[in-house]
Design a binder for this molecule. Structure first.
Ligand SMILES: [Zn+2]
Length: 192
């Protein structure tokens, strides 16, 4: 996929970005993970993210963003997203990559994120990369899983020996996943 490249990987601690981390390390990439504390209630995800970095010997850094606010979707579904969250994180990750001489930032956006999350869409990533090129920045964002479903990612993770129960998807900050939010529902579908 991206053998021997130096990459900065956006790692949330969710299933998709954790599986992609194993994939990148398995491909021989030199991976530097950036984890973000943006005031999310589901801070558990950062603990899982750290655990996988340590298990793989991948370097990582936890960066703090100002608290990002949720906003109800205008489509009437009642769903809540954090507007431009990925744009904010990718911007910081690109800054880290540019300073480190890495040319790629990897991001586990996938087919099943496309509908619910505007800043996981192909068009968003293309526009973001165009913005970087316009600014003469040599870093590009790569989304190796953009055409993969979460079910595929779950299978791939199992094949690589990733302990999927050691990832966190739920948007709520409970002791256990709520099983009701958008992220929990998608994860359960994928693992079915
Ligand atoms: Zn949940």
């Amino acid at each position: 996929m991206m053998t021997k490249s130096k990459v900065v990987h956006l790692l949330s601690g969710g299933m998709d970005s954790v599986v992609l981390l194993y994939e990148l390390v398995g491909d021989g990439c030199m991976v530097y993970c950036v984890l973000f504390d943006y005031g999310q209630v589901h801070k558990q995800e950062l603990d899982w993210a750290r655990l996988h970095c340590q298990r793989l010997g991948a370097l990582f850094e936890v960066l703090t963003l100002p608290r990002l606010r949720g906003s109800t979707l205008t489509d009437g579904s009642g769903g809540v997203i954090v507007p431009v969250r990925n744009a904010a994180m990718l911007t910081v990750a690109v800054n880290v990559a540019a300073a480190a001489g890495a040319e790629l930032v990897t991001f586990a956006a996938n087919k099943d994120d496309d509908a619910g999350f505007p800043d996981c869409r192909r068009g968003f990533v293309m526009a973001f990369n165009n913005m970087l090129a316009t600014c003469d920045i040599r870093v590009q964002v790569a989304t190796p899983y953009w055409d993969k479903t979460k079910a595929w990612i779950a299978r791939r993770g199992s094949d690589m020996g990733v302990v999927l129960s050691q990832t966190w998807s739920c948007y709520r900050g409970g002791e256990a996943p709520c099983g009701e939010c958008e992220a929990c529902r998608k994860r359960e579908e994928a693992l079915r």
